[in-house]
Design a protein around this ligand. Sequence first.
Ligand code: SF4
Ligand code: SF4
Length: 286
Amino acid sequence: MIVSIASGKGGTGKTTVATNLARSVGAPIQLLDCDVEEPNAHLFINPSFESSQTVFLPVPEVDEDRCTYCGKCAEICQFKAIAVVNQNILIFDELCHSCGGCWEICPESAIIQGRRELGIIEKGQSNGIEFIHGRLRVGEAMSPPLIKQVRAYQDPQKLTIIDAPPGTSCPVIASMKESDFVLLVTEPTPFGLHDLKLAVGAVEILQIPSGLVINRSDLGDDAVKKFARQKGLPILMEIPFDRQIAEAYSKGEMLVDVIPQWKEKFLELHDKIRHLSKNQTLNTKH
Ligand code: SF4
Ligand code: SF4
């Protein structure tokens, strides 16, 4: 089973929920931090890393001895990553999406596949949790291919928890798609509600069963709860604003370690997710 933890905006407590859920449920489990632009789950899980792999994307390199400057590669490239100007060919690596169109179409076989570094993937263990995260190279703009590589570590024999990036754009979709359940984390503020609406829209398009966790639930107003009722989005857990919780977070400590009663609540959350995932999937099929 794959459970993605997502939120329309950053700072809602998404990583707190992902890490504490993983720690509470225990083995066989894996936690994939797909927030590759700013991974931080490792700060709480504290894994001992065993391996690190550099990930590359194929990009074109031109053999100018073979090139006739026909311009076909520039014509096919939808991302303006190749330009042919008079007897010069220019390649803008950072714009390339590695679709392969240019090296397929070149009539002279003048394009070979070079590579651009995307980032690294690190793998480790922590108290029975298999932990994997990606770190996007500084300056790299495309995170979905690295997220895809992190997700390639999914093990169907284990419960997979994915800490998705914030927002509702391509990196979030790459992290959530083909999940069995999406757990949305929000806070009861106008900003939280605004971004929750966008996140719910994305989950509806992907047709994945979902539920809600409200963090700092005793602050703000009840507009988030009203919206959840309207949408039939079940509220699976509320985490109140609590000084002890905030202090634990600021020190990189796990909520379930500092206040052990929370372990029971996260186990209940896991049961609700399993139950809803089965029922909502059946409803969708009917
Ligand atoms: S398609 Fe091939 S031959 Fe034509 S300009 Fe591009 S690299 Fe050169
Ligand atoms: S691989 Fe695709 S995106 Fe990259 S330069 Fe070639 S045609 Fe453009």
